[in-house]
Design a binder for this molecule. Sequence first.
Ligand SMILES: [Zn+2]
Length: 247
Amino acid sequence: MRNVQFKNKTAMNPYLDSNKFAQQTVLTIYAHADDEVLPAAGTLSLMSKTGWNVRCLILTDGSLSSSAIKGTRHQEAEAAGKIIGATYEFYALEECNFSTQTVIKVAEEAIKRWQPNLIITHAPQSEKYGHRDHEVCAIAISNVATRKNIPLWYSAPPVFLRGFEPNFFVDITPVIEEKIAAIGCYESEMSKAFMQLDAILVLSRFWARELGQKDGYFEAFEIARQWVDASFFAAMANSNKQVLIQE
Ligand SMILES: [Zn+2]
């Protein structure tokens, strides 16, 4: 009887144990508001439900955007954050004009404040395929994550997937409605082709096919820096031992 109880406890996948993540923080750093929901709203929503603190840092405030007046994007982001369980912080860097050094400084301050266990940012893509701001952000954050020794994921670009090599996929089927609703909060951006509902669903289904899944919606990430600590192997060893005892 005692063994059965112990087995149930130790056999649990440590990455599904919500208590393990109770105090963990994921920090997303993106150039523009809406960059975070397109590739990662489903994953962030799942993380917040599992007890992660989800912090979204946006480098620019949209004041140079073709579609939004300053302030609109703050409200839209906060509305999206309520749906996916994230809190936002905006910086007012000038779009298409901020430097790698500035982003490094901003990121280092944010890391000091929030002590993130994981950072998610743009995938590095040359300007030929991506937005200049995304590239600068990706380079700067990769630099900081390496120096600070923090796990880092790159999220999928909305278009032009060249240079992005996903190696981690999250099944977001249970929260696809939330992802759609979060993206829908960015009304000022709805004229963009990749913000259309069909485009979002097609990309989510594309990743499912990439995995050989016939059904479901997925988000794709490239793990740039990751590790498991020694307790992971200890838990696995204990789990195996208990299974043997049980048999
Ligand atoms: Zn952007």
